[in-house]
Design a protein around this ligand. Structure first.
Ligand code: GCU
Length: 425
């Protein structure tokens, strides 16, 4: 019996490499990265080279965007659905008087059905005039970002919460939302639970906002049907619609920050919606910032198998077939130019392929340069805690897959730089 347990334990230990579980078909071996050729972001499908901003914007950019619509995230519908906003709470004296908080109910409807979401907003009190804002989804409900018991449970809570799961308790993801630091540096923050927009569980699509669209067909076989990432991206634009109704928002200073699967959605939102002036991906990995053609860490075969409701069906053809991809994720980042993009990785998050995330920013550079802006300027990865900030940005920090104060502090440094905010003590 003892020997049996010993063998089992040894096997388990052998199954962990640098903190990453070994999963069949997943490689963490740099020497196994294929000899890939990345599509040149400035070469059009007809082989002609882009040399001007006009050529990029009129010809090449639409081609690149079309790849992401037809091959990866699916097509965002052109039509829209009605939404109303109802202010549920307002506290001008939150956070010891340093912030005003608001909770606003969004009701999306097609006249027959309704989907509800609640936006939680903190606005710094010490700034006069309009303020810059971070928009971002949380994973476990607004109540998970704070211990404040006046913060309401998100409407999707009853649908998706795992019964008695500690993750879902109030304040459980506070470490990902350093509201104190954000407010002290003069930023507002607007967050919503991503499940409110599209519950991230198979079988719950009928509770998503996408089910309200006239084109919604639960039996659709369209290869370019938009799925969860597309719908989350769409939802973050609806947060901006609300912000546009608010006189305290500096509309030229809206940043979106997304972690992991929400990093993927943030990049896609930023590619489509120019109202996001800074787009931040934290540990977004496969289908986010990481280059798919490196096939390092999580790969397409694995992500479409485990999360079939995230990407459009056409993406499946690239499973174990990355070589055939006519585009890659650096081009998603390039779509954000001339607005600013920042990518963050963690050393202990090989699943998200930090090097692939870094190289993606690097290879988006030529489009920034076309605009007379600066790319990363180096294809050598910086050491940990040595961020690079130009018109694009990148850092890798110590630790695991998460959002930490270190990440937020760098995101704010980057936004300070581009929003021209003088650093306060
Ligand atoms: C899984 C998934 C990743 C995703 C992550 C997250 O690990 O494989 O692609 O980024 O969940 O969202 O936390």
């Amino acid at each position: 019996m003892r020997t049996y347990i010993l063998i089992l334990s040894l096997l388990l230990i052998a199954c962990i490499v640098k903190g990453q579980a070994i999963i069949e078909g997943i490689s963490y071996d740099e020497s196994k990265v294929p000899n890939y050729v990345l599509p040149d972001v400035l070469t059009c499908n007809d082989g002609s080279k882009v040399t001007t901003v006009t050529e990029w914007e009129k010809k090449r950019r639409p081609e690149v965007l079309e790849y992401f619509y037809s091959q990866e995230y699916g097509r965002t519908p052109k039509e829209t659905i009605a939404v109303t906003y109802e202010k549920l709470t307002e506290n001008p004296n939150d956070m010891g008087g340093r912030a005003t908080s608001k909770q606003v109910r969004f009701k999306f409807t097609n006249g027959k059905n309704v989907v509800e979401a609640i936006l939680l907003v903190y606005i710094p009190n010490k700034r006069k005039g309009k303020v810059p804002v971070f928009v971002g989804y949380n994973f476990k409900g607004n109540h998970s970002t704070t211990l404040d018991t006046t913060v309401l449970y998100s409407p999707s809570f009853s649908l998706v919460k795992a019964p008695d799961h500690p993750d879902w308790q109030r304040g459980n993801q506070m470490n990902r939302w350093c509201y104190d630091k954000i407010i002290d540096r003069g930023y507002a923050v607007a967050t919503m639970c991503y499940h409110d927009i599209f519950p991230d569980k198979l079988g719950l699509i009928k509770h998503s906002v996408s089910s309200l669209f006239p084109t919604y067909d639960p039996n659709s076989t369209a290869l370019d049907e938009w799925k969860a990432i597309g719908v989350w991206a769409w939802g973050s634009s609806r947060i901006v619609d609300y912000l546009e109704t608010q006189d305290w928002v500096d509309l030229e200073k809206i940043a979106i920050m997304g972690h992991s699967r929400q990093g993927k959605a943030a990049l896609w939102a930023g590619a489509q919606d120019t109202r996001f002036k800074v787009v931040i991906s934290n540990d977004s990995g496969c289908g986010g910032a990481a280059l798919s053609k490196r096939v390092y860490g999580e790969n397409i075969a694995r992500i479409v198998k485990i999360f079939p409701h995230w990407f459009c069906p056409a993406f499946e053809q690239y499973a174990d077939n990355e070589d055939k991809l006519p585009f890659d994720q650096h081009e998603l980042l390039a779509l954000i130019a001339p607005r600013h993009v920042y990518v963050a990785s963690a050393v202990g998050d090989l699943w998200a392929d930090p090097k692939g995330e870094f190289l993606s920013v690097y290879h988006a550079g030529p489009v920034y340069e076309l605009y007379g802006l600066s790319g990363l300027g180096t294809n050598i990865m910086p050491d940990i805690h040595q961020p690079i900030m130009t018109d694009v940005g990148y850092h890798i920090r110590a630790g695991e897959h998460d959002v930490t104060d270190y990440d937020w502090e760098r995101f704010m440094d980057f936004c300070d730089m581009h929003f021209k905010i003088v650093k306060r003590k």
